[in-house]
Write a protein that binds this ligand. Structure first.
Ligand SMILES: Cc1cc2nc3c(=O)[nH]c(=O)nc-3n(C[C@H](O)[C@H](O)[C@H](O)COP(=O)(O)OP(=O)(O)OC[C@H]3O[C@@H](n4cnc5c(N)ncnc54)[C@H](O)[C@@H]3O)c2cc1C
Length: 459
């Protein structure tokens, strides 16, 4: 083990290699339900070449490698289940290129969502990317590897649909580029080449380490506003979403529900964000949305919420801090943020299941959902804060998590960023030939099975 440590310090400055207990401890867990497991080493490379040399070493020695971004995916995806090397990529934090005319950006794997937003606000204020509501220390690449969603998802799809190029270190150590960047100096698009990005997105770092990424940027409108539509009947939500997305006027549409404070109990919020370069543009969009939902107002089944400027400001925050605050509502630092991607018409079933499960196990919840594309589907989160110091609370939340994954699949959804037990449920239900294809791809790319073992595996 000492020889691996020494080999790592020959690749990366000793200051950025550790096998010290207190540092291994930090990388052994996340706030979710998965059992902690310590790595043997933590290493923080600065360059693609260093990543390449570490991966080659690990492949020769058959040591597991777990790529880590902000470690905020919360479902054990960065827990080194079989030990080995945790590769923390946050020192690779350079923005490499912004193409204003073709609206794309190229950056390194450790760039955080907070840094990218601050960078664009400062140097390219007319451009923006799809910021998720995760804490700003989450990385853009980590978010995209798990098919995350952000503020532009309702207009343009999953954040991973916005990728224009990748640089990858394969598990066998070769560096390759994906997309137009593989034959041109310009990283503008994955098409018209065969879409090899799919070999790495959604795979949780089990097929290679992304070292650089190209991403679409979008116009940053000067003004933003929000309307919040309230209903009590979950059956109405798909129709509200369908009508609102038909207008093509919104930037982002989210759903929210929680039992506390009591004033929110039994209410489902549908937040509709709007942008414009002038008050007239905003007013036009507002009117379109109001007209689209007029029937539900007239029937008194729903209505827009009056908001103080303070509440509005909070809802317009990007990323919003309220989810992060809610995550620790039980104190003790536990938060399961699970749930599936579902067809929008399944909202009522998912919502009723959420109420049933939380009532069965006597736990609290926060629901947040986000419409993906023109209501092509939605993310429906079952957010369960829990107290790590309370074994009973942990046990009940664990059972709730299990039931949530079963229900998610039963209603026709697909658990998002699933932890290992949910990954197994997915693989068990998957079409057998598709599963076989996945396993063959994995075997070809990672013959020694070193990349993030424990994920997307069939025993
Ligand atoms: C309060 C709160 C709110 C949230 N809101 C949102 C939201 O609005 N939208 C959303 O999408 N998510 C949200 N999340 C979930 C999650 O925090 C984000 O998706 C986050 O961006 C994940 O990025 P990360 O850097 O933490 O990824 P990590 O957890 O570090 O990594 C995620 C996965 O990607 C792999 N990986 C990381 N980097 C690489 C790489 N360079 N190459 C190969 N594989 C890699 C890891 O091995 C792991 O499997 C939220 C989380 C919290 C706590």
């Amino acid at each position: 083990m000492q020889s691996i440590y020494k080999a790592l310090t020959e690749i990366v400055d000793e200051e950025f290699v550790s096998n010290q207990k207190e540092e291994l401890y930090i990388y052994s867990q996340d706030p979710g339900m998965m059992e902690p497991h310590e790595p043997d080493y933590v290493v923080m490379p600065k360059t693609t070449e260093e990543v390449q040399r570490i991966v080659k070493l690990a492949n020769e020695e058959k040591i597991p490698i777990v790529p880590v971004g902000g470690a905020l995916s919360l479902s054990g995806l960065v827990i080194p289940h079989q030990g080995g090397i945790v590769m923390d990529l946050r020192r690779m934090d350079q923005v490499l290129e912004v193409n204003e005319e073709s609206r794309y950006i190229v950056f390194e794997a450790g760039v955080t969502t907070g840094k990218l937003k601050a960078y664009l606000d400062k140097f390219h204020p007319s451009l923006r990317f799809s910021v998720p509501d995760a804490p700003p220390s989450a990385t853009v690449v980590g978010n995209i590897v798990i098919h995350g969603q952000g503020r532009l998802t309702q207009q343009y799809g999953f954040n991973s649909d916005m990728v224009t190029g990748l640089e990858i270190v394969l598990p066998t150590g070769e560096v390759c580029k994906i997309g137009s960047g593989s034959i041109s100096p310009y990283w503008f698009s994955l098409a018209p080449l065969p879409d090899l990005a799919g070999l790495f997105l959604g795979w949780f770092g089990t097929t290679g380490v992304i070292t650089k990424m190209g991403l679409k940027l979008y116009p940053n409108k000067k003004l933003r506003d929000i309307e919040v539509f309230l209903v009590q009947d979950p059956d109405l939500v798909p129709d509200v979403i369908h009508r609102a997305t038909h207008t093509e006027m919104s930037e982002d549409i989210f759903t929210g529900a929680q039992p506390y404070p009591p004033v929110f109990k039994d209410i489902i919020m549908i937040g509709i964000l709007l942008t414009g370069d002038s008050e007239e543009e905003l007013e036009f969009k507002r009117k379109m949305i109001w007209n689209a939902l007029r029937c539900h107002i007239d029937s008194k089944e729903g209505g827009f919420m009056a908001m103080t400027p303070e509440i509005k400001q909070e809802l317009l925050e990007m990323p919003t801090s309220s989810t992060t605050r809610f995550a620790d509502v039980m104190k003790g630092g536990g938060f399961e943020y699970c749930g599936p991607i579902i067809p929008v018409e399944k909202f009522p079933e998912a919502f009723r299941s959420l109420l049933e499960i939380t009532s069965k196990y006597g736990i609290t919840f926060g629901h947040a959902g986000r419409v993906i594309g023109r209501s092509h589907c939605m993310m429906f989160s079952f957010g369960y804060p829990f107290n790590r110091a309370d074994p009973d609370n942990i046990e009940r939340t664990k059972n709730a998590l299990h039931d949530t994954n079963v229900v998610s699949l039963d209603i026709g959804g697909v658990p998002w960023k699933p932890e290992t037990p949910a990954q197994k449920m997915i693989l068990e239900r998957m079409d057998k030939n598709t599963l076989d294809l996945m396993l063959r791809i994995k075997k070809v790319l990672d013959p020694n099975g070193i990349m993030n073992p424990g994920n997307w595996e069939v025993e």
